[in-house]
Each structure stands twice: as C-alpha cells, then as structure tokens.
Design a protein around this ligand. Structure first.
Ligand SMILES: NC(=O)c1ccc[n+]([C@@H]2O[C@H](COP(=O)([O-])OP(=O)(O)OC[C@H]3O[C@@H](n4cnc5c(N)ncnc54)[C@H](O)[C@@H]3O)[C@@H](O)[C@H]2O)c1
Ligand SMILES: [Zn+2]
Length: 375
C-alpha cells in the first residue's frame, strides 16, 4: 500500500517570502520570534514588507549562526526565549536554524531546568505537543527541514545524533524563496544541494518508500543534477539557485514520508568526529551505499537516469567532480580520518530509525568496507 501525508502549505519561487503576511494573518499570531542565521536577511525588501503588513503581530529578532546545533544550544535558546510568550517562530536559515525553531515550539510549555532534561526528554520522546506554530524560510537548499516533522539536535556530550520528532509539529507553512540563497558560498550551496540529492536517493530505496516519495525523489535528483554546475556560472547562477531550491523542497517532501537510510546513518559519526559538513559527508556515501543496495532495489534505471549516469562508478566520479568544482575535499582521510578509527567508528554508524530503514542490512564489516572505499 502506498501511503503519503504532508500537511505543510508551501510557496516556492522568487518572492515566495511575501506570503509570510497571509500565513501570519491566518494564524492570528500575537507575538513572533524571527530566528535568523544572520541579520542581513532582515534587509530583504519582501520580508520587510511582509512584516510591516502584519500590524497585529509583535516581532522579535534573534540571530542564531551555529551549524549542527546541539542540546546545549537548544537549551540556551529555550531559556532566553521561553518567557516571551511567542505563539509563532519563523525560521529564516538553513537546517540548523529551522531545526532549532521547530524544537523550540515543542519545548515551550515545559518547565526545563537543565540541558540534561532536554537530552533525556528528546530521547524519551516527551516533547510531542507543540504550544507554538512555526514557519520555515530556508536560506540553504538543502535540508528540506521546512517540510519534515523531525529536527536534528546533536548530542555532543554522548557523541550522537538525536531526533526531536512529532507529527504535531509540521511547519504551518514553508516559503522556499531562492532570494535568500544568493549569499551562500559555493561550498555551502554544493554541500546542501548534495544533501538534498541524498535525501531523494534514500527516499527512493528506503524500506518505507512509496509511490509519491519515489516520484518526488526522481524529479528532485534530476533538477539538482541537471543544474548544479550552473551554480558556478555567473549568468546562470540565479536560475541554478532556484533549481536547487525546487530540488531541495521536492527531496524534503519525498523523505518526509520515508526518512533516510544508511548514507545518513553512516554520515553522522563522520560529522561528529571529523567535522565534515553534513552535506559533504552524506554525498561521499551515496555511491558506495548504492553499490551495496542495488541488488535490493526493484528498478535502478530511473535512479541512474535521474543522475544522468549509467553506473555507480560514473556516479561516484560525477559527485567527486562536483565537490572538486566547489573546492571541497572528498575522501575522509583529507578530513583527518585514519583507517585505525574504523572498527570503533563503524559501531556508531548504526543510527536507529535510519540504518534499519536501509533495504539491505549492513554488518559492521560492510560498514568498514564502505568507509575504506571513501578513505
Ligand atoms: N530536520 C531535517 O529534516 C534535516 C534534514 C537534513 C539535515 N538536517 C540538519 O540540518 C543541519 C545542516 O543544515 P544546512 O546544511 O542547511 O546548514 P546550516 O543551517 O548548518 O548552515 C551552515 C552555515 O551557513 C550559514 N548560512 C545559512 N544560510 C546561509 C546563506 N544563505 N548564506 C551564507 N551562509 C548561510 C549558517 O549560519 C551556518 O553557519 C544539520 O544539523 C543537519 O543534521 C536536518
Ligand atoms: Zn541530510
């Protein structure tokens, strides 16, 4: 049976952020927190107009510029905003800002007095009843967090990744406006676009895959791969950012109903241990995980066609070529990994809910082989 559900109202395209005022009106928001990756987003004319139009709503802006936020960051944001009475959180940032915004909505209304309580509450799935709504305006393209109901919160104390998840906490709306992407350095544009390609690929072969997700996934991959190199072409750059925004949204919708699989599961320790940016870590894993999964995928042809390649080897070459264009080192040894790390590392590569969603069971031996292949 093919099931699919996603309740987020989406507007995509240049100027989409203008739709913020109607979302705010529909929500009758009294007090909104604008959580931004940088104050420069507040200078956007369309955003300014939408805020000015929302006369019934009081706004407060807060900058959050950390990447891969952890439970300590979340606890600090919670303590500094919990008494303000926000009934709406508007996230204008990458996955990190959106994940903090959606997490805050679930933390408000709880009396928490330590980071440890945040950590244990997420693990015990206690934060499932949001008391505020949130709207996502992604400034990377990206994570698709604007259309998923889970947030990544890193656990730097115990070296792991937590997921704050609630089906009651989808965004009220997503405004996917490529205007905000123009400030991304090429390395961030490429790593976030390849993250989206990984979301789509994993949605295609996940155990929880379905017809709608696979349809979105293939379209997402082809839009991204057909246009990603234009990010480096001054004349085509704006159009390319729009394509990455479209691809990221479609990939987000695809994996919102499937979750991710082994590429993401293996990537988390690489980010935690070696500081490899999320999108870079997952992109290096797409081809080797595909090589293992292929036999269990019903039809690989549409996936290869969407990538514009005929084999896993050609895909690996293509992804490495794109990373080269952006000046991003590929091969985890270039990020400080040592082969001796792998036996221990492979044990932390098995993230519950991700590795068990992979179409093929991966033993630690196979994981070590995969890590060696991207050394
Ligand atoms: N919730 C989900 O569904 C989901 C999915 C995938 C990834 N994630 C999480 O999202 C996080 C990564 O998000 P990301 O890849 O979007 O990066 P990010 O949000 O961490 O941003 C990377 C850096 O770029 C800055 N930045 C953001 N937008 C910018 C812009 N337009 N121009 C210049 N700089 C900008 C940020 O301040 C940050 O320092 C990770 O924690 C990852 O685990 C979540
Ligand atoms: Zn991702």
């Amino acid at each position: 049976m093919n099931r699919f559900y996603n309740p987020v109202k989406t507007l995509q395209g240049r100027g989409a952020v203008k739709g913020l005022s109607s979302f705010i009106k529909e929500l009758k928001a009294k007090k909104a927190l604008l959580l931004v990756w940088n104050e420069c987003v507040c200078e956007n004319a369309d955003l300014k107009a939408a805020v000015a139009e929302s006369r019934e709503t009081e706004f407060k802006t807060l900058v959050f510029d950390r990447s891969n936020p952890d439970t300590g960051d979340l606890y600090n944001l919670y303590t500094s905003t919990k008494d303000e009475g926000f009934d709406l959180v508007i996230a204008l940032g990458g996955g990190s800002v959106m994940d903090m915004a959606k997490s805050l909505c679930c933390l408000y209304g709880n009396e928490l007095s330590s980071e440890e309580e945040v950590r244990s509450g997420i693990k015990e799935k206690r934060f499932t009843a949001p008391t505020a709504k949130w709207i996502g305006v992604p400034t990377t393209a990206g994570t698709g967090s604007e259309v998923t109901c889970w947030a990544t919160v890193w656990n730097t104390v115990e070296k792991g990744k937590l997921s704050l998840e609630s089906h009651n906490n989808y965004a009220y709306g997503a405004l996917v406006d490529p205007q905000f992407a123009s400030t991304m350095p090429p390395s961030l544009a490429v790593s976030s676009a390849l993250d989206a390609a990984a979301h789509a690929t994993e949605a295609y072969w996940a155990k929880a895959s379905n017809l709608v997700s696979r349809t979105y996934a293939l379209k997402a991959i082809s839009i991204i791969m057909d246009n990603i190199e234009d990010l480096f072409d001054k004349e085509k750059n704006a159009q390319a950012h729009d394509c990455m925004a479209q691809g990221s949204l479609l990939a987000g919708l695809a994996f919102s109903n499937t979750k991710t699989t082994a590429c993401h599961s293996l990537s988390y320790p690489l980010t935690l241990k070696y500081g490899i940016p999320h999108g870079v870590a997952v992109s290096m894993l797409i081809a080797p995980v595909m090589a293992v999964n292929m036999a269990a995928v019903e039809d690989m042809r549409p996936l290869f066609a969407a990538y514009g390649v005929a084999s896993v080897e050609a895909l690996e070459e293509k992804i490495n070529g794109i990373l080269d264009l952006a000046g991003i080192p590929h091969g985890i040894s270039r990020w400080g990994a040592e082969r001796g790390d792998f036996p221990l590392l492979s044990m932390s590569c098995k993230t519950k809910g991700r590795i068990d969603n992979n179409p093929v069971d991966l033993t630690e031996e196979t994981i070590v082989k995969i890590l060696n292949s991207i050394f």
